[in-house]
Design a protein around this ligand. Structure first.
Ligand SMILES: Nc1nc2c(ncn2[C@@H]2O[C@H](COP(=O)(O)OP(=O)(O)O)[C@@H](O)[C@H]2O)c(=O)[nH]1
Ligand SMILES: [Mg+2]
Length: 630
């Protein structure tokens, strides 16, 4: 097969730390000294047998990267230090003496299990010291190590050395350096003999970037582009034809129209790995921004594009939404398996866990509509813009990812301008336990009402959907994020900063339960004073839930009067059970679009007194304790 790569790779110049561990007397220090000096090592009995850190001579190092060799002690009392070094290592050289069976036994009985326990992921090399005797056909280190390697596939290379062949000591470290810089562990599973899933995802992304304009077929030009980009040199046409031919001969179905399908590309890379050309693969992966975990390195994420004040938010731009629509339509009607396809160029789906899992409406077959898909992206952009951009890069391949997001205007300014142009509204849902918050969120994302619904307490939860507001926004829909805030008996709850991200707050109470109403109005007073004190105010609405039940006496009169007294609208009656919402979600949207209205007027210096009075609730006091600002 003709080559792929063959140029020089850019690589980091951080020193590679190679830690040498093993039993006493297995020549750890001698191995290091032999590699560094090229001479035999005669320890001075007057100095401690542990060598200081020493660098491998630069001419021995691969790719101009410095290599630090780290000796370790075999004394049990020094184990803490050894463990520390092992955890920081880029590669580990494990030593044993080939003429001392007990040192070999220790590999599988002590050292290798310990590395597993420490979850060591760096390459492990075994160096066996051979005392040369004049015997014929001594068994090789491969034969000796074979049973252990069956059990411990993480051992990458076994090398023997001896004082007669000091050059082999250098080979140990050169190999260790190469294994550290171009590790096989993250990319290839040697037990199943297959590419690891994250490596497949990264390769599919590289493939897509270069093949999407050619019907997802990677032809000569595509291969050449990759070669130029990764190795800085063109790929001769005969070379690229050779690569395609190689795949065609073995897997004819993976070649189409003289180019590679994505599976054909994976066959090619697998071959490269099997040939031991890990440097070629890693050069490619690093050129496309991957770290050793096969995720994008931080430098690929334009953090500066989402610097913001606490009352600003991050939204996707129209261009980004356009790209996401295109990505979605490649896998129309995302049933769960299609979802995997959509994120097949990412390390995994970003929405497998809270707060994204179950935050959006599902179709009847468990998939996501386009609206639900875009809603989840908006939610992720709002909560975790770095992650949103990272995944946007994985699936949309933007030239400039910083153009995918923008920072919204400060709400403080929105208030002055008396409008908000945000397309994604965050609504905090407050209310005492059992008020009906979760039921409301469920209905918001199209789930049927469930009388036995028992959502776990103590966890925040999000629901996101698109809401139309024809009267105000000319028929366009906006994305509304609802965040259920769990009620804490011992008071609030959220920091000023957390409250600053709230565009509109609703306070839900059970209209059949007077104490629920009292607690809701108490919460409102607390939230409103806190947000006023911190200068991040927002509109507030009250929601009278469970109107299918009998309301407590005087409920409507009292609650309406209290609301009007503090300058907000009368509570909005809803029944999740009956599916009656009185346009609640539109009303929330409208409130967010008018950030200067519906802000409760409660004098913050009276906060304490207000709360005290509310706690010892007497209706006549209500009017006095909510002071209307002049
Ligand atoms: N009758 C009636 N019960 C409701 C309604 N909404 C919620 N519930 C019930 O009230 C209880 C508490 O609701 P939940 O939404 O979990 O309250 P949360 O603690 O505020 O999240 C549950 O048993 C719900 O089934 C409603 O509209 N009508
Ligand atoms: Mg709840």
């Amino acid at each position: 097969m003709s080559g792929f790569g063959m140029g020089d790779s850019p690589s980091s110049k951080r020193p590679v730390r190679i830690v040498v561990v093993g039993e006493k007397g297995t020549r750890k220090s001698s191995l290091i000294m032999a590699a560094v000096t090229g001479h035999r090592y005669h320890p001075d009995p007057n100095i401690p047998p542990l060598l200081p850190y020493v660098n491998l001579p630069s001419e021995k190092c691969s790719g101009d990267v410095p290599v630090t060799l780290i000796d370790t002690s075999s004394r049990p009392e020094d184990m803490g230090e050894v463990v520390k070094e092992v955890k920081e290592a880029d590669a580990i050289v494990l030593t044993f003496a080939m003429d001392r069976q007990e040192t070999l036994d220790c590999l599988s009985e002590y050292w290798l299990p310990m590395f597993r326990q420490l979850e060591v992921r760096v390459p492990i090399l075994v160096a066996g010291y051979r005392v040369i005797k004049k015997e014929h056909n001594p068994i090789s280190i491969e034969e000796i190590m074979s049973p252990i390697r069956q059990q411990y596939r993480e051992i990458e290379i076994c090398i023997e050395w001896s004082s007669q062949r000091l050059h082999d000591a250098q080979v140990v470290f050169v190999q260790a350096q190469i294994a550290a810089m171009y590790p096989i562990g993250p990319v290839y599973d040697q037990v199943t003999d297959s590419l690891k899933p994250r490596c497949v995802a990264a390769l599919k992304r590289i493939f897509e970037i270069h093949a999407r304009d050619n019907d997802y077929i990677l032809n000569d030009d595509g291969l050449d582009d990759i070669n130029v980009r990764c190795f800085g040199i063109p790929l001769m046409p005969s070379h690229s034809r050779g690569l395609i031919k190689f795949v065609q001969e073995r897997c004819p179905l993976r070649v189409k129209e003289n180019g590679l399908t994505v599976d054909g590309f994976l066959v090619l890379i697998t071959k490269i790995i099997k040939q031991g050309k890990l440097k070629t693969l890693w050069t490619m992966l690093r050129t496309f921004g991957y770290n050793n975990d096969l995720r994008l390195v931080d430098e690929m994420i334009p953090y500066s594009s989402f610097k913001r004040m606490p009352d600003q938010s991050i939204e996707l731009t129209d261009e980004a939404i356009g790209s996401l629509r295109v990505a979605y339509h490649r896998f129309d009607n995302l049933v769960p398996r299609m979802m995997e396809s959509l994120f097949e160029t990412a390390p995994e789906s970003p929405w497998n866990e809270a707060p994204y899992k179950d935050a959006a409406e599902k179709t009847s077959n468990g998939g996501l509509s386009l609206e639900a898909f875009l809603s989840l992206w908006s939610l992720m952009t709002l909560l975790d813009p770095a992650r949103s951009l990272e995944y946007f890069i994985y699936i949309c391949h933007p030239d400039d990812p910083s153009l995918a997001v923008h920072v919204t205007r400060r709400r403080e300014l929105d208030r002055k301008e008396k409008n908000s142009e945000r397309k994604v509204i965050q609504c905090f849902v407050f209310g005492p336990k059992n008020a009906g918050k979760s039921a409301m969120l469920n209905v918001f994302i199209g789930r049927p009402y469930d009388d036995d619904n028992r959502n776990g307490f103590g966890e925040e939860r999000y629901a996101v959907n698109m809401v139309g507001n024809s009267s105000v926004s000319g028929g366009t829909k906006k994305t509304m994020v609802m965040k259920e805030i769990q009620y804490q008996e011992d008071g609030l709850l959220l920091s000023d900063e957390a409250l600053a991200s709230c565009d509109v707050a609703v306070f839900v109470y059970d209209s059949s339960d007077e104490s629920s109403w009292k607690r809701a109005i108490g919460l409102l007073a607390e939230v409103a004073t806190t947000s006023e004190d911190s200068g991040f105010e927002f509109p507030c609405l009250m929601v009278a839930a469970k109107t299918d039940l009998d309301s407590f006496p005087m409920a409507i009169q009292e609650s309406t009067m209290a609301a009007l007294d503090i300058g907000i609208e009368a509570p909005i009656p809803i029944s999740s059970k009956l599916g009656y919402f009185d346009n609640l979600f539109r009303k929330i949207l409208t409130a967010a679009e008018h950030p200067h209205l519906c802000i409760p007027k409660i004098e913050s210096k009276k906060k304490r007194r207000t709360l005290e009075l509310i706690n010892s609730w007497i209706p006549e006091f209500l009017v006095k304790c909510f002071c209307i600002e002049s």
